[in-house]
Unconditional design. Structure first.
Length: 340
């Protein structure tokens, strides 16, 4: 089946016009407006959603890059804030008073994006991360794609890691061409489809929620378009500690169980998968002190994975499964080896 093949392929790896403004928008302290003052000024066609968590400086840099684009193409901007202090809210109120703020549930990035989407008014939702830097033309490129979209209801753009990565101790997502599944740091989706699909699965924390969501959409027959000119730069960030790296594997336990993996067989399958993924990180890596330290970090990650795996299996083996993947199982449409 075509849909089944699309799901399997995805798992193996993831702009309209606006009416003229009736009056000048409110400006931020530095004279630029990242958003109009009153939603009734325009026919809202797109909503920019930016989830954030304790990174006010990164968020401010992102909004500064968007400001001139939003002056040309005003649209709704929503920041969903998962922060544990008031710095982000204070910055937004002082510098970007017309950006709409909503509060996330502090249950991970997927839940935070869902919180922002529930407040959106636009026909299209554009999601970016708080630490990306949108390039000039980012917004207009998406709007142009929306204007000509017929049967495509999901798009992703181009994500460039900066500066060039030369150490395994640093990371950033990078998407340099079309993929069957979208990266959560730079994608757009029609709001109606997002609601129909129930958005991100909030069980997936702290990772994998975008791969699961895009695979679910492809299982429904949706294809993901690529907007090459919708570019964001994603600055490199240091890897977290070994335990936090290991915690990124817990969502794979949930997804494999959703697809019908036996709790008795899953430990062997997932352990083999983790070993292969960790080994693949060294492909093409040069021999240097940083990468030797990374090898020790990844060894710690694997050790924590082995320690935590039994508790993950106990926690999730008898939990309620995803209705979508239960249906795919009954139709024989789940990925080979449960996506591992």
């Amino acid at each position: 089946m075509k849909a089944a093949a699309s799901v399997r392929l995805a798992w193996l790896i993831s702009a309209g016009t606006t009416r003229p403004r009736k009056r000048p928008p409110a400006t931020c302290r530095h004279g630029r407006s990242p958003h109009r003052t009153d939603p009734t000024d325009l026919m809202i066609e797109a909503t920019l959603i930016i989830p954030t968590c304790n990174r006010p400086a990164d968020l401010e840099r992102c909004l500064r890059a968007l400001a001139p684009q939003l002056e040309l193409h005003p649209c709704e901007v929503i920041v969903s804030d998962d922060s544990r202090d008031q710095r982000t809210q204070a910055m937004l109120k002082a510098e970007f008073p017309s950006v709409k703020i909503t509060f996330g549930p502090r249950s991970g990035p997927g839940a935070n994006r869902n919180a922002g989407a529930r407040q959106a008014s636009g026909e299209w939702l554009i999601f970016i991360d708080d630490d990306v830097i949108p390039a000039p033309g980012f917004l207009s490129s998406y709007l142009s794609a929306f204007a000509t979209a017929k049967d495509t209801h999901v798009f992703h753009g181009l994500t460039v890691a900066t500066p060039e990565k030369n150490s395994l101790l640093w990371e950033a997502p990078e998407v340099l061409g079309p993929l069957p599944c979208f990266p959560s740091c730079n994608f757009a989706i029609r709001r109606e489809l997002y609601a129909k699909s129930e958005g991100f699965d909030e069980r997936f924390n702290p990772s994998f929620e975008d791969i699961e969501f895009s695979s679910r959409l492809q299982g429904q027959g949706e294809s993901c378009g690529f907007v090459a000119a919708a570019v964001v730069q994603h600055p490199l960030r240091p890897l977290p500690c070994a335990k936090k790296l290991a915690l990124r594997w817990e969502p794979r336990v949930i997804s494999a169980l959703d697809m019908g993996a036996s709790p008795a067989v899953l430990p062997l399958l997932l352990t083999k998968h983790v070993v292969l993924v960790i080994a693949s990180r060294f492909r093409g890596a040069r021999l240097c002190w940083d990468n030797c330290k990374a090898a020790l970090l990844f060894a710690g990650e694997f050790s924590w994975f082995l320690v935590l795996l039994p508790s993950w299996l106990q926690r999730h083996a008898k939990a309620k499964r995803s209705p979508f993947w239960e249906l795919q199982r009954s139709l024989g449409n789940t990925p080979l080896r449960y996506g591992l």
